[in-house]
Design a protein around this ligand. Structure first.
Ligand code: TRP
Length: 362
């Protein structure tokens, strides 16, 4: 049985198994239900979800629904997984979801010792503009700080009565009080929009967050008579693998993760050192072709750098045929990464200037 720890660093290898073990819905079964699935959905990077039908139906029938996600403001940069989350929020926002993005300042205080003041500054100076730079519409997104949302906090207290210590242990393993508080606050986050308007909601997150979704769904079942909440839907994306191909984030070296933002030249250098699916010699590769399935450069294209399916396919085919060799391909990858970082920095600077438009819920 798989175990997922939202505070851990394990990467998962077998996603099909995970879908089975946790009773998730494979995204590929729902591609025809969603209008214009984005590249992450089409490519199975967002590989699974829960209760996807109710969201697809709301979109089709033009009924109200919401999309909500949140992040801890725990460093000065974000990683590529966050970009994936934001792109999913953007997708639902374009499908007319009422959009909430929260700053998990209570969680980062409880689990990482970051003061509320520090969290606030980071959110205003970096996180919120970064989300806008990655595609959120500042005029259509409602931001909030957990610490300033009384409804979220009140729900967390109420929910604490609905769950036993053994259930916490069954979902999370051994759990510290700070994490119990954080998990209950997160359930409050996920459900509070329904206090004002009864509607389904979708929570785009990394698969590491699935225990929180499970907890929240249990709480919904147990508070049926009081609240009658819709069960939250979710989309789950795969972990971003390390550039050296290793599967354990904690053990891999810092050079095998690129952050956003990062000095463009440095990020390009990291790309140039990534593990590829190349053969031992050029002759061999020309004859047998490369192995893009094992190539971290290709993985970065697929997950982040190339949205155009045809372009991606051509690289895949040319690599397989031994026509495109690693050296040339890496030059392309380095350029794409440099361009991405430069473009992000430009958009970030621009987004910072939209501050007057940001809407906060209190
Ligand atoms: N636990 C999330 C993280 O580690 C942050 C978070 C808090 C969140 N509340 C949420 C995510 C609600 C999705 C929905 O980053």
């Amino acid at each position: 049985m798989n175990k997922i720890d939202p505070w851990g660093t394990e990467l998962i290898e077998d996603y099909a198994r995970l879908i089975k073990d946790f009773g998730l819905e494979p995204m590929e079964d729902f591609l025809s239900d969603f209008p214009k699935p984005n590249y992450l959905m089409r490519r199975g990077i967002v590989f699974a979800g829960q209760d996807l039908k109710q969201i697809a139906d709301a979109i089709k029938e033009k009924k109200p629904f919401y999309c909500l996600t949140g992040m801890m403001p725990s460093s000065e940069r974000i990683h590529f997984g966050t970009k994936t989350v934001i792109e999913m929020v953007k997708y639902f926002q374009e499908q007319k979801a009422k959009t909430f993005v929260l700053i998990a300042d209570l969680e980062s205080a409880a689990t990482r010792g970051i003061s509320l003041k520090e969290a606030r500054e980071r959110a205003l100076n970096f996180y919120i503009p970064a989300y806008i730079a990655l595609g959120l519409d500042p005029k259509k997104t409602i931001f909030y700080f957990q610490s300033e949302n009384d409804q979220v906090k009140n729900l967390a207290y109420l929910f604490s009565q609905k769950i036993t210590m053994n259930e916490f242990k069954a979902i999370y393993g051994e759990i510290h009080p700070s994490r119990i508080l954080s998990a209950l606050a997160q359930a409050g986050d996920i459900l509070f929009p329904q206090l004002e308007e009864k509607m389904p909601g979708v929570i785009p997150v990394g698969i590491d967050q699935s225990p929180h979704i499970r907890l929240t769904r249990d709480i919904v079942r147990r508070t049926k008579s009081e609240f009658n909440f819709f069960l939250p839907s979710a989309t789950y994306h795969k972990f971003v693998p390390a550039l050296d191909g290793s599967n354990k984030m904690s053990k891999s070296n810092p050079n095998s993760f690129i952050s956003i933002p990062e000095n463009p030249i440095d990020s390009g250098k990291k790309m140039s050192k990534a593990l590829t699916g190349g053969r031992n010699t050029i002759e061999e590769q020309k004859k047998l072709g490369g192995i893009p399935e094992k190539c971290m450069v290709f993985e970065m294209y697929k997950q982040h750098l190339i949205e155009d399916d045809k372009k991606l396919q051509k690289i895949f085919d040319d690599c397989k045929k031994g026509k495109l060799l690693c050296k040339e391909d890496k030059e392309n990858a380095v350029n794409l990464m440099i361009l991405f970082q430069q473009d992000f920095q430009k958009k970030l600077d621009k987004a910072k200037k939209t501050r007057k438009q940001w809407k906060f819920f209190k």
